[in-house]
Design a protein around this ligand. Structure first.
Ligand SMILES: NC(=O)c1ccc[n+]([C@@H]2O[C@H](COP(=O)([O-])OP(=O)(O)OC[C@H]3O[C@@H](n4cnc5c(N)ncnc54)[C@H](OP(=O)(O)O)[C@@H]3O)[C@@H](O)[C@H]2O)c1
Length: 276
């Protein structure tokens, strides 16, 4: 009983054996960020070759790509870091060409890049147009532009493997709770969830599209918020803690490897936060 009780409140990260996503190629935008790095790590452990997409963090992305696990089923030099500035649609097309040349396929696109800045919801002047446009361009136009750039490659990979390829949009429970770093950030994630459904319908049957919707996860993205606010969020979460980045990553692994009849769904990883 004590053993069971002592596990409550801790994240449980299971072993992967490298067969789950063997021979798959995954591209992760925002790949060296807090959640992105955990997603890249778990995809590599599951056997996928991983492209760590970066915007400003070229060196951290290259270091991460070097350090990602190489499992038995991988060929030599399976991972790499490539520029993936999601607000530059032309650059995203170049990225898709680079991935096509290097790997000849893309099975999984994870749209993880995102931006925000804390601004109280009643401080309408604090949310100036520059910030507002940057959030929408990165969080909404970005995943659309990435999906548009990779559509053909994802469709072709489905033809090669016989299994629908996958787009995962990293959303947020802010989309449904309207609680988050600022009003437009919440709206941007609601737009992402809506886009997930439209694209899932439009791109089926070759491409599945899901949102993975985290509650607060323990990353730098959240560490910029007030400590007292973070503590309060953990306290208000039925599971009484923030998510470990690996728990969010495992929703991506589950979507790719196991939830093969799931598309257009919003997969919450939130400790039950919207319940309270
Ligand atoms: N952490 C949480 O609690 C939480 C909760 C819900 C949802 N989310 C979502 O999870 C995603 C990742 O968040 P995180 O916590 O990992 O944040 P993070 O550590 O701040 O990482 C943000 C990532 O986004 C990338 N990025 C920002 N602007 C970009 C642009 N214009 N083009 C391409 N990449 C860009 C950054 O790349 P560079 O460093 O290369 O510039 C960085 O890798 C975001 O979409 C966020 O909204 C996070």
């Amino acid at each position: 009983m004590n053993g069971v009780a002592s596990n409550i409140g801790a994240a449980v990260i299971r072993d992967l054996d490298g067969t789950e996503l063997q021979s798959k190629v995954a591209v992760v935008t925002g790949g060296s960020g807090g959640l992105g790095a955990a997603i890249c790590q778990r995809l590599a452990q599951a056997g996928a070759s991983v492209v760590v997409g970066y915007n400003s963090s070229k060196q951290p992305a290259e270091e991460l790509a070097e350090q990602l696990p190489v499992v038995a089923s991988h060929g030599a030099d399976p991972h790499c870091a490539l520029a993936a500035p999601v607000t530059d649609s032309a650059a995203m097309k170049v990225l898709a060409e680079q991935v096509s040349e290097r790997y000849g396929r893309c099975d999984i696109l994870v749209n993880c890049a995102g931006t925000t800045r804390y601004c109280a919801h009643d401080d309408l002047d604090g949310l100036d147009d520059e910030l507002l446009d940057r959030i929408l361009a990165t969080n909404v136009r970005g995943p659309f532009a990435a999906t548009r750039a990779f559509k053909t490659l994802l469709q072709n990979s489905t033809g090669q493997s016989g299994m629908a390829s996958l787009v995962v949009n990293i959303s947020s429970i802010a989309a449904i709770t309207a609680m988050g770093s600022n009003v437009i950030y919440c709206a941007s994630k609601a737009a992402v969830d809506n886009m997930t459904k439209s694209l899932a319908r439009a791109l089926a049957p070759q491409i599945r599209v899901v949102s993975v919707s985290p509650g607060l996860a323990d990353t730098d993205f959240v560490k910029q918020m007030d400590q007292s606010w973070r503590d309060e969020q953990a306290e208000r979460t039925p599971l009484k803690r923030l998510a470990a980045p690996e728990e969010v990553a495992d929703a991506v692994i589950a979507s790719a490897a196991y939830l093969t009849f799931t598309t257009g769904n919003i997969i919450a990883v939130d400790g039950g936060r919207p319940l309270s």
